[in-house]
Write a protein that binds this ligand. Structure first.
Ligand code: HEC
Length: 245
C-alpha cells in the first residue's frame, strides 16, 4: 500500500511538475506510531452537508481506542476519500486524548462521500472506520439556501444565531428534511403538491403554509432535489462515492 502511495506521488509530480510536489512528498512520509489501538471510532464530523469542492464546515475528529475502550495516544491515523477529496492533514498521530483531527475538502462531484480512517493494531492489522458526508451540486446547494430562508425555522428543531426555531411552538410537528423514514415515502409529485399548496393538499395541517405564490417551480424542484439528497436513510442508494485505500 505504501509502495502504491509513493508511486502515485511520483506520478503526481511528473504530471504536475510544480514546486508544490516537494511539499506533498515531505508530507506523505508517515509519522512513526508509538501507540497501537484496536478500533477507530468517530468523535464528530460525520454526516455533514457542503457544496461539492468546498471544505466541510466542521473538521473530522476520530478516536483510537484499545480493547478496553481506553484512548490510545501516538497511534497513526490515515484518512482516505474518493478521488478529488483532500485531507489536511492526510495522516497524523493521535494526541494525548487519543484523537486525530483533519479538515476535509470534498471533491467536485455531487453525492454521498464515503470517507475512511484507518489505524494499525499491535499485530499490524489495519482496522478502519467509515463515515459519510454529502456534497451538493449547484441545484441542491440552491435548495439548501432556500431551506435556510423559508423552511428550516419550522422544520429544524435547532436554533442558530441567525434564526430562532419555531418548531417548539407548532401544535403539529413537521419533520426535519433528513428524516428519510418519513420523507422517502412521499412521492416527488406529493412533495411538490404540499410545498406548492400547503398541508391541506395532502390532508395535513394548515400549519404547513403554501409556497406556490412565493417560490418558482424551479425553486421548489431545487428544494425537492435537496431533500432527496440529504435524507437518512438515503432515498436511493445510487450516488454513493466510495473511499479508495
Ligand atoms: C410555519 C411553519 C412551517 C414552515 C415555514 C414550513 N413548514 Fe413544512 N410543515 C409544517 C408543518 C407543521 C408540517 C406537518 C403537517 C402535518 O403533519 O400535518 C409540515 C410538513 C411538511 C412536509 C411533509 C413532511 C413532514 O415534514 O411532515 C413537507 C415536505 C414540507 N412541510 C415541506 C416544507 C418546505 C419545502 C418548506 C419551505 C419552503 C416548509 N415546509 C416550510 C410547517 C412548516
Amino acid at each position: 500500500m505504501k509502495k502504491k502511495n509513493v508511486a502515485l506521488g511520483l506520478w503526481l509530480c511528473a504530471a504536475l511538475m510544480s514546486a508544490g510536489c516537494a511539499r506533498k512528498n515531505a508530507q506523505s512520509a508517515s509519522p512513526v506510531a508509538s501507540g497501537f489501538g484496536a478500533a477507530v471510532v468517530e468523535s464528530s464530523g460525520g454526516k455533514q452537508i457542503a457544496t461539492a469542492g468546498t471544505t466541510l464546515p466542521q473538521p473530522l475528529v476520530v478516536q483510537v481506542n484499545d480493547e478496553q475502550g481506553a484512548a490510545v495516544a501516538g497511534a497513526l491515523v490515515q484518512f482516505y476519500g474518493p478521488a478529488g477529496t483532500s485531507f489536511d492533514p492526510p495522516q497524523m498521530l493521535t494526541d494525548s486524548s487519543g484523537q486525530a483531527t483533519t479538515n476535509v475538502m470534498l471533491g467536485s462531484m455531487a453525492g454521498r462521500y464515503q470517507l475512511m480512517a484507518t489505524t494499525l493494531t499491535k499485530a499490524h492489522k489495519t482496522v478502519d472506520l467509515k463515515m459519510e458526508e454529502i456534497a451538493l451540486d449547484y441545484q441542491r446547494a440552491w435548495g439548501q439556501t432556500l431551506d435556510d430562508k423559508y423552511c428550516s425555522r419550522c422544520h429544524s428543531p435547532e436554533s442558530t444565531p441567525e434564526r430562532v426555531s419555531n418548531y417548539d411552538n407548532l401544535a403539529v410537528k413537521p419533520h426535519p428534511f433528513t428524516e428519510g423514514d418519513t420523507l422517502n415515502k412521499i412521492s416527488d409529485a406529493d412533495l411538490l403538491a404540499i410545498i406548492s399548496h400547503g398541508g391541506p393538499a395532502l390532508n395535513k395541517s394548515p400549519l404547513m403554509p403554501p409556497y406556490g405564490y412565493t417560490l418558482s417551480k424551479a425553486e421548489m424542484q431545487a428544494l425537492i432535489a435537496y431533500i432527496r439528497t440529504i435524507s437518512d436513510p438515503p432515498y436511493q442508494t445510487s450516488g454513493m462515492v466510495y473511499a479508495k485505500k
